[in-house]
Design a protein around this ligand. Structure first.
Ligand code: NAD
Length: 286
């Protein structure tokens, strides 16, 4: 039987759904896939140890790794090659070991793009406001501009993060495609937007609540969520109650895993059953 050895490097990844998503999908293909978590907090090593861990995994015969917070940028200098999306983004969430080389990919961006195409394909894409300019926010904003959104307005409680991401996006996509706005301008920005993308941890069990006042939502605004635990966040509940078109964070989670599974194994993932798995697994709070 063909077998694969894979894993995830990051901090605080004990509750990750990735092992179950990958192993269940491998079962459906009749191949054996083992997915281990290599948690730097548990190992007691700093984020910079990602290079050593990637090196060790390669020597131990791993086929690939997922990489998450806080190692997505730090891993780059330890790789032989980057796929175009990862090179543009400057962040890697998937490493494939093949023919003696370690190649970095970014399936967060492709995952969000596929989820958007599935759930909001015909939504208006003039002006989009995105809350959150961290790791997920960088991948999502990149995907939005690749999808043809005219302009993304980035708002983060840490204004320097929004400004830095806007500057990086303008370099890649051109003047005017991304701007940053202060948190105080949220009402004005959302009022003029076609869609709202949420890319902060607000709405998770550890960060309950709404990332913006509910009064700023209106029926014509579409709302895309990145949080997927729970799948139905307070933001999505409020937006759906008003009749907004919505996209939950589960699609990005499934498609980033599916795209990584394809890279690890060369097999075409069954995304339908992966969505069902995510629904089961995300029902338990992280
Ligand atoms: P991060 O810490 O790198 O970034 C979060 C950013 O949000 C920070 O810059 C912070 O200053 C900002 N922020 C926090 N509250 C805010 C608010 N109310 N308004 C504006 N900005 C605010 O975190 P991350 O890695 O980007 O993850 C964010 C969320 O995305 C997490 O909940 C994570 O689980 C989720 N995520 C989902 C997927 C998926 O596949 N669906 C993938 C990656 C991350």
């Amino acid at each position: 039987m063909t077998s694969y050895l894979t894993g995830l490097i990051g901090a605080g990844i004990g509750p990750s759904l990735s092992p179950a998503l990958h192993e269940r999908e491998a079962d459906r293909h009749g191949v054996r896939l083992v997915y281990r978590t290599l948690d730097i907090d548990v190992l007691g090593v700093p984020p910079e140890a990602v290079g050593e861990l990637v090196h060790a995994a390669r020597r131990l015969g791993f086929d690939g790794l997922n990489i998450t917070h806080p190692c997505k940028q730090l891993v780059i200098e330890h790789l032989d090659e980057l796929a175009p999306e990862a090179a543009e983004l400057g962040a890697v969430n998937t490493v494939v070991f093949r023919d003696g080389r370690a190649v970095g990919h970014n399936t967060d961006a492709t995952g969000f793009a596929r989820s958007f195409a599935r759930g909001l394909a015909d939504a208006p894409t003039g002006d989009v406001v995105q809350l959150g300019a961290g790791g997920a926010g960088a991948a999502v904003a990149h995907a939005l501009l690749n999808l043809g959104v005219d302009r993304v307005t980035l708002i983060d409680t840490d204004p320097s993060r929004a400004a830095a991401l806007a500057a990086a996006l303008v370099t890649r996509f051109g003047a005017g495609r991304a701007v940053s706005a202060p948190a105080g301008a949220t009402a004005e920005s959302v009022g003029a937007a076609d869609g709202l993308v949420h890319a902060t941890p607000t709405g998770m069990v550890a960060h309950p609540g709404l990332p913006l006042p509910a009064a700023l939502l209106r029926p014509g605004l579409w709302v895309a969520e990145v949080v997927y635990r729970p799948l139905e966040t307070e933001l999505l509940r409020e937006a759906r109650a008003l009749g907004c078109r919505t996209l939950d964070g589960g699609g990005m989670a499934v498609f980033q895993a599916a795209d990584a599974f394809r890279l690890f194994t060369g097999l075409e993932p069954h995304t339908g059953p992966m969505f069902a798995d995510l629904g089961d697994l995300a029902a338990f709070p992280a």
